[in-house]
Each structure stands twice: as C-alpha cells, then as structure tokens.
Design a protein. Structure first.
Lengths: 811, 165
C-alpha cells in the first residue's frame, strides 16, 4: 500500500517525474512523519474501482417517486397560469407541484452590507422566470421516463419579455430590470479600496499600462451532475436527504429555512459525490423542492439532474470583465493599480455565498504576489437573464492572476525589459514575509521568488527553448508563458467574516475516537468528494496515535455526525478539517499515554506511541499494544483512576485565519498558423503547499486543476444567443478537454510549512486552475508576438487566432 | 401502454431473464433493473463514456443502446473485473497511478481499457500517444488524465511481460 521511502515524496508516479528527487535549493523539508508525506495509495480507491461506490443515483427506496422539472423555454417571461391536469392524468404520475402549491418557498442569500441588494431565489419560479431553464413545476411519477413524459404535458402560459443577456445590456440606462427595483441591475457595487493619490500618481507615472481583460462563462461540469433523494423518516422525525453536495450542513440550513423546520428535523447525507468544483458548494433549489415534495407526500423522491439541465440550468461561473490601468516607475516597479471589475452573475444570488463572492474575491486579492503601493478596486455583480453563478474552482483568482500576469508582460514589453525580471522586481521577496499588502491582507511565508527561479531553471534545463525553436522550424508558431501567484487557503471566520455573510463559514470540528479494538474513527464536518480525505486524514491521525492508517476510518458528509461543519470548498479541508482532526488526535494521544503510563507504572510523559505500541522511551521491554490500552479503557475501566475511565475520544474545532500557498506555472504551446489550432506541448508547475500530507494526492489535485485551467484558456465557453437562449447545452457544444488536449504536467514541490494550520499544510485544491489560464495565455501571446496585438481574453479559440493572423484584429 | 419485451442476457457470466420496456436504455436496465450500479451515467448522449460496458467483448456506450438490444448477448461491467477480493492488474494500476479521484468516470475508463488490452494481441509497443488517444474516448473532470494514461501503459507492459493478457 505504501511506496518505498525513497519515493515517498511522490516522484515515483511516472515518466513525467522521472527526475526523482528535487534539487535542494528552496526545498525546505522532507517527509514529516511515519505516514504524513507518504505517497499512500488511496483508501477510497478499491470501492470506486469495483463499482461499489455509493452515489445518490445508486440509492433507491421502495415506493420511490422520480422527479422531473418543468423549465422555462425563455430567458425572461411572465407566467400567468400553469396547468398540471394533463400531466396528472399521465401514466404513473403521482403528483405535480407549482410554486403556489408549495406556498412559494424561497432561498435568500444575504450579505450584511449596504452595497448588497438581497434578492430571493424562489424554489420554483412564480409569476416570472429569469433565465432559460428556470424550474416552474415539478412532476413526480413511478419511473423517470414517465416523469419526463408527463413534465412535457404541463401547460404554462408564458408572456415572453425582452431578455438582458450581457453586461453592456444590463448596465444600459434603458435596460429592463431582472429583479424589480434592482437599480442598474446591480446586485452589489463595492468600492473595496480607494486612494486619493491615484490621480496624481497616474498623471506623473513614467509608464501606464491599461487593458480590458475578459473571461467567458464556464461550467464546472462534474461528471456526476446534481442529485437528491429525499425521504421522511417517521421514527426519527427527520426529513432525510441524500444529496450530491460539497456542503451538507448548508443544505440542511437551507432546507430548514425554506421549509420552516428546525435544523434537527433535517438530516443531509452526502454519499460518494462525483466531483463538485464549486457547483455543489451552493444549494440547488431543486434539492430543496425535492425535499418539500417528499415531506408533502411522505414518500421517497429522487431527482437526478441530466447533462442538459446541468449545462443550462444549474450554476455557471467566471463571466468577468476587468478594466485595469497600472502605473509603473521607469524601472518597472508598480506605482499604482486601478481596477473596475464586473461579474455577470446571472439571475440570482446563490445560497449561501451570494453573488458577491466573485467581485469580493477579485477586488480584495488582485495584487496577488506583487507589491502595489496604491490601489483602487471597484467590484460589481450584475444581474442578467442567464443561469446564476456559483464559486467555481479558483473563484476569480484565475482571472485576477491572468490580469496581473498580462500586466507584467505588457509593462515588460513597453520597457523592453525581461518579463521575469520585472516580476522579480515587483514580487514580495524572500525576506519580506509576513507581508501586509495595500489590500490589508497579510501574506504568510511562501516561496514566491524561489518558485519562479526554479521554474525558469527547469524550463531551461528541460530544453524548452530548443523545443520551441524546433516547433518554429517546423512551421508552427510556438511560445512559452509563465504565471506566478499565491492563493489564500484554509481561511476560517477571522477572514470569512470580512465578507459579512449572514451565515459566516470557516471553522470546522472533528472528533477522534478509538474503539475497544484500537481502531480509530474520525468524524469531520468537511466533505471530500474526490480529494482523498479518507486517506489524508488517516495519515495525519495515524502519526499522532502511533497506529497504521488502515486502522483509521474517516466518517464525513452526514449532518448527524457533527454539530455543524462547513464542507469542502475554497481549499479548506486539509488545513481546517485536518487541523481539527490533528488537535483531536493529540488529545486522544494524551489519553492513551496517561492510561499506558498508569498500566506500565511510568510517567505519561515518558510514553511514546509508535507502530501500534505504547512504549516507555529508552526501555524497549516496557511496551503495550495500543489495542490492549484501548481494551482496558473500555472493558476494565474500573481499574483506572476516575479521570481516565469510560472512553478514548476527543472533539476539537479549528478556525484559522488562512494561509497562502504559492506556485509558478510554465506552459509551452504550439499554434498551427493554417488552422489556428493551439496545442499544449509542455507544462510545469513548481508549487508550495507547505507540508505535503500525500504527494500522490497533491499531484493529482494539481494536474486536474491545470486541466480545468487549460480548458478555461483554450476550450470552454458557455454561450447564449441574443435572446438569452443557452447554446452550449450538450457535450458536443461545450468542450471539456480530453486526454488528447492535455500533455503531461511536471510538478516540483517546495515546502514552506504554514504557521497557521497545525499540520504545516496549506490548501492546494484550486491552484492548478488558478495559474493555468495566465500561463497558457502568455504562451499563446508569446507564440504570436509581433504578429498580433496579443489576446487579453479567454478562451482563445482557433477562430480568434485565424482572424488575428488574417489581420482582422480579433484581439 | 408500455411496450414490454422479454429478454435474456448474461452479465459478468451470470444469466438474467427479465421483461424490459422497449425504450429503456441498457444503462438504466443494468443499473436499476439488474442492480449493476457500478455503470455510471455522465451525459446520456454518448460523449462522456462513463457508462461504457462491453457487449460481447466490445466497448459500447450503454446510454446509447436499448436494453432489448442486449438480448442474447454477454455483457461485462465493472463489477466483473475483480476476482473476488482480488483487484485486477488494471484496477491496481489505476490506484497505483492515482488514475481516479471522485471515481465517477472510472468504471467507463476501466472497461474501455480492458477491452483494448484484451483485443490488442501485443501491447508491449503501446506508445504514450496511442494510450492518450484511447483515453481521449472518455471524459474525466478530476485527474487531467495523466494517471489514467500511465495506468494503461503500465498494465500493457506488465501483461506483455506476463505473456499476454
């Protein structure tokens, strides 16, 4: 199960990493414990490989009804009547519900800020629909085929209205309002930072670079769409939901609020979840409607989203425009940065984060790894008649990194400077941590400079320039691009509270318990869905209790396990959930040491827990199996002092301020000038997420993230036509990358332990996605240097390249 | 009226006889009528490949076939790959190379790769480019594909060393 120690750092996983151990420079620490740092194969794998994983769609109940939603065919329309009688007469149909039938329940996500306009998201739309695909009714039948048939028989009187389909249209003074009274269709308008010196600085600056940077709307696209099975449990007095979600407790809160139930009367279980990427860190109205139907009918109800619903009617992300100007001194040092950020967030604010999550993140974190002395940032969320948005992996940071990295390239070009030197000149340097930026954020220790230096060296040593020249000699356009960034991860309420959400996320709680056979159960409020938490949590706890990870089991994704938890998003779980588990494990380890000390007639301070035994340091004969210690605690508890009796368990919470991971990415692309096709040839990530708990899993997260970032740069785009009709509703129109679009991703780890995480780990679930768009776009622009003005939008598609090369100025 | 048909087929070597509606997909029939829920549905329009199973040894998208079309065939699903508690070499390679994260697409990739490795007489000369092309048949949103490509190559090499599949 475990790789040999020599490969324990995760470089034994394939030809791409054949160089084995990394060079010493910049590398801080090797493996931290017996298990932390080991490239253990995942405990999750066997059931997934056998097909015995348990996803919502695999669960069925006797008498279960299948749900199908009736959805709006228009982006904007009035609804004057909904007729369900024909549907109710259809074969197998048990019930149909409209908003009126359910008492018009809704979700409301709120920020406690004057600049924020709260808007209700009805579970089912009532007299008005605000995007194509919005649900207006629910039909329930004995099987899913019958439910879909009957949904087509629901008669709705629509009165189509002009749709507001983009930023320009929404902000037009004559625009129709997506919500009544929503001035300028603006859901939030935040002047996050301002500096009265800005005018003067820009007027006197030797160099001003400006630009407009845009990113298209994309879909998170987990392979398993959303899904929910709801049933009433009369014995426990609970509405029990199995939901494909990243945030079981927030689904519980939403259901309780919308259906006016106490939270204890709702239990939400996330079984195996087939990917989330942020789509499932918001509460879908369909999940709550299904719960309402199950409560009404006292029958189990299951809904499985199909791919068309997922692409057209769930949540999107990333549709943003940045209008930015930056002032530099004559050497290329930042003097000031001024940004106007607009996010097309669609028709509704998603629960619980609200639509402000994108502009807030963008405006507060734009400076990134660079020292910016003066800063102004305005961030807006604009409502349109399109599907609402959720915090997709990276949340604005793919865009803001793209903006900063493009600014570096543009300034370097204007100054005829080396763009990497310009980055070094502006970057927070090795001796400057902790660094508090103009945005009020304190950046903890990282390896910003080292990761850039190492990337540059690896690119040179790896023969990238020669490969680029070879591609050029073969008639292709080829270029190399870089991106430097950091990402705040694992932030609890000290940081989350700055957003002023009515529900402020961030802490988490874990319990560690040892059973009478010495086996360990961890419960946590985080909710892994592919990140391998069952493995990494076990590694952390096994080290602290001196047992094998095979003896440690993680239980998660069940609101009845933990009083409250915040699930898995924002690269939080290993830092916060893992930190809480580490604390709880330390407390259980203390209990074990005390009992063992008592049994071995030694001081607890002299007891160490290793390899399944409690031993007295320096006395190899004095040892007890940990399982024997556990047996005594439970079955001979009367022989122990009162304070040590009745169990081995501890509960701990953790609520850190956050810690910054960092990385440098490099990409080599080649462009066929005939077709405009862009192909990825090489990709390198030098990343620092502090102490690596499991390098196999870290590498997997990086590679998967890079694929999503590359896709955002070169492939993926949710399109709407001028009337607000979604055009990208199948996987023939919306193009996630296949293996053919990807190349191997080489990874080098630096480890700067975090002071804020308890384990030294930093979060790293999003970094791949954050860095890739900028690195790829810079590579594309390097390939086209001198031929086009350069692209500042993503995705860059073959037709953009062809048009630019033909002199049509697509950029 | 439902248009019902009585069919017989073998799944992972086991005989099944059932009555199935004409329009019911093979995927739904396997999952919901016969209980082989290891076969997953990712798009239901034949692109993602999560529902890939083998019908008489050939990989098919089970979302694009009707159950009645499998009458008289031998179907292989992910549940049939392991020998009892023992994972197959391909399954072990997927774990060793971290070729899965959420695991939802995994059964489709396993069946696709198994069919390829079984069909191709000699796989010792399988190149990275060929492996990548095969893996490009299906979609994975978690891994970036590198682990899947490596698992396929490793299994091809080990089967060759062991003297064929």
């Amino acid at each position: 199960m475990t790789r040999p120690a020599g490969q324990a750092h995760g470089h034994g996983t394939g030809p791409a990493l054949a160089d084995g151990r990394r060079p010493g420079q910049g590398e801080r620490e090797e493996r931290r414990g017996r298990w932390v740092g080991a490239a253990m194969a995942r405990k999750e794998d066997p059931r997934m490989l056998r097909g015995t994983g348990r996803f919502v769609g695999d669960l069925a109940r006797t008498g279960m009804l299948h749900a199908a939603f009736v959805r709006s065919p228009f982006a904007a329309a009035g609804v004057s009547a909904i007729g369900t009688s024909a549907a109710l007469r259809a074969p197998g149909v048990a019930a149909a519900f409209t908003a009126a039938d359910l008492g018009r329940p809704y979700l409301l996500a709120t920020l406690e800020r004057d600049e924020f306009v709260p808007t209700q998201m009805p579970l089912l739309a009532g007299d008005q629909v605000r995007f194509a695909g919005e649900p207006v009714a629910l039909v329930l039948a004995d099987d899913a085929y019958q439910a879909e048939d009957a949904a087509e028989l629901v008669e709705v009187d629509w009165a189509q209205l002009p749709a507001v389909t983009g930023l320009a249209a929404a902000c037009d003074a004559a625009a129709r309002l997506v919500h009544p009274g929503l001035a300028g269709n603006c859901l939030v308008d935040l002047l996050m930072f301002d500096d009265e010196r800005l005018g003067e600085i820009f007027a006197g600056a030797p160099l001003v670079v400006d630009g407009e940077f845009t990113s298209a709307r994309v879909a998170a696209l987990p392979l398993e769409g959303r899904a929910c099975l709801a049933e009433w449990d009369d014995r426990d007095g609970q509405l029990v939901l199995h939901v494909s979600t990243q945030i079981p407790h927030q689904v519980r809160s939403a259901v309780a609020q919308a259906l006016q139930l106490p939270e204890r009367a709702v239990r939400v279980i996330a079984p195996d979840v087939g990917g989330g990427f942020g789509l499932k860190c918001v509460v879908g109205r369909e999940e709550v409607v299904v719960a309402a139907a199950a409560l009404r009918l006292r029958r189990p109800v299951r809904w499985i989203e199909d791919r068309q619903e997922n692409l057209a009617a769930s949540f999107h992300g990333h549709e943003q425009r940045y209008r930015v100007r930056a002032a530099f001194d004559s050497r290329g040092r930042f003097l000031a940065l001024d940004a106007d950020i607009e996010c097309d967030v669609g028709a509704y604010s998603a629960y619980p984060f609200t639509c402000a999550v994108e502009p807030l993140m963008a405006a507060s974190e734009l400076p990134g790894v660079y020292k910016v002395p003066a800063y102004r940032a305005r961030g807006r969320a604009i409502a349109t008649n399109k599907a609402p948005t959720a915090p997709y992996r990276g949340v604005s940071r793919p865009q803001l990194v793209l903006v900063m990295e493009r600014l570096m390239e543009k300034a370097a070009r204007a100054l005829r400077a080396d763009p990497l030197e310009l980055r070094r000149l502006n970057m927070i340097g090795p001796g400057e941590f902790p660094y508090t930026g103009v945005n009020g954020i304190t950046y903890d220790e990282g390896s910003y400079r080292e990761s850039l230096d190492l990337t540059e060296r690896r690119v040179a040593e790896g023969g990238w320039p020669a490969e680029r020249d070879g591609l050029r000699a073969a008639g292709l356009l080829a270029g190399i691009g870089y991106a430097c960034f950091s990402e705040r991860t694992g932030y609890g309420t000290p940081t989350m509270s700055q957003r002023r959400m009515r529900m402020t996320p961030g802490y988490d709680t874990a319990q560690v318990r040892m059973d009478p056979t010495g086996e360990v159960i961890i419960t946590t409020g985080t909710c892994g869905h592919g990140q391998g938490h069952e493995t990494t949590f076990a590694q952390i706890v096994a080290d602290r209790l001196g047992v094998h990870p095979d003896q440690v089991r993680l239980r998660q994704g069940d609101t009845d396990l933990v009083a409250y938890g915040w699930g898995t998003f924002a690269s939080r779980s290993m830092v916060i959930g893992g930190g809480a588990a580490a604390r709880a494990a330390d407390a259980v380890a203390d209990q074990l040491r005390q009992v063992a000390g008592c049994l071995l007639e030694a001081s607890a301070d002299d007891v160490e827990l290793r390899e399944g035994s409690a031993r007295i340091r320096g006395d190899s004969r004095a040892a007890l199996p940990i399982s024997e210690v556990a047996r005594v605690v439970y079955f001979q508890t009367h022989t122990l002092p009162e304070a040590l009796r009745y169990g081995l368990e501890a509960r701990a919470s953790f609520d850190p301020p956050g810690t910054f991971s960092n990385a440098c990415h490099a990409a080599l692309v080649a462009i066929d000038p005939g077709t405009g096709a862009i192909r990825l040839h090489r990709y390198l990530v030098v990343e620092d997420c502090g102490v690596v708990i499991n390098p196999l899993i870290v590498d997997g997260q990086v590679r998967g993230g890079v694929a999503q970032g590359v896709a955002a740069a070169l492939l993926e785009r949710i399109r709407y036509d001028g009337e607000g009709q979604p055009v990208s509703t199948t996987l023939m129109d919306y193009l996630p990358p296949t293996a053919a679009e990807m190349c191997p991703v080489d990874i080098v780890h630096l480890q700067t332990p975090s002071r804020f995480s308890g384990t030294g780990a930093k979060g790293m679930g999003e970094g791949g996605t954050i860095g890739a768009p900028a690195a790829v776009l810079n590579a594309v622009n390097d390939a086209l240097a001198g031929l086009t003005a350069g692209f500042d939008h993503i995705p860059v598609l073959p037709e953009d390249v062809s048009a630019a090369l033909a002199g049509e100025g697509a950029s | 009226m439902k248009d019902m048909h009585q069919i017989r087929l073998r799944v992972n070597g086991r005989e099944h006889e059932l009555t199935v509606e004409a329009r019911r997909t093979l995927a739904d029939m396997l999952r919901h009528d016969l209980g082989y829920t290891g076969t997953h549905l990712g798009c239901e329009h034949g692109i993602c490949g999560a529902c890939t199973v083998l019908v008489d040894g050939s990989p098919v998208r089970s979302c694009l076939l009707f159950g009645v079309q499998a009458d008289g065939t031998e179907v292989s699903t992910v549940e049939g790959l392991a020998a009892g508690d023992e994972l197959s070499d391909l399954q072990r390679a997927f774990s060793d190379h971290h070729a899965l994260q959420c695991g939802f697409c995994t059964p489709g990739f396993l069946m696709l790769a198994e069919a390829y490795l079984t069909e191709r007489a000699s796989v010792d000369d399988l190149t990275e480019a060929e492996a990548r092309e095969l893996v490009a048949s299906n979609l994975c949103r978690c891994t970036g594909y590198q682990g899947i490509v490596e698992a396929l190559l490793a299994t091809a090499r080990s089967r060759h060393r062991a003297g064929g599949p």
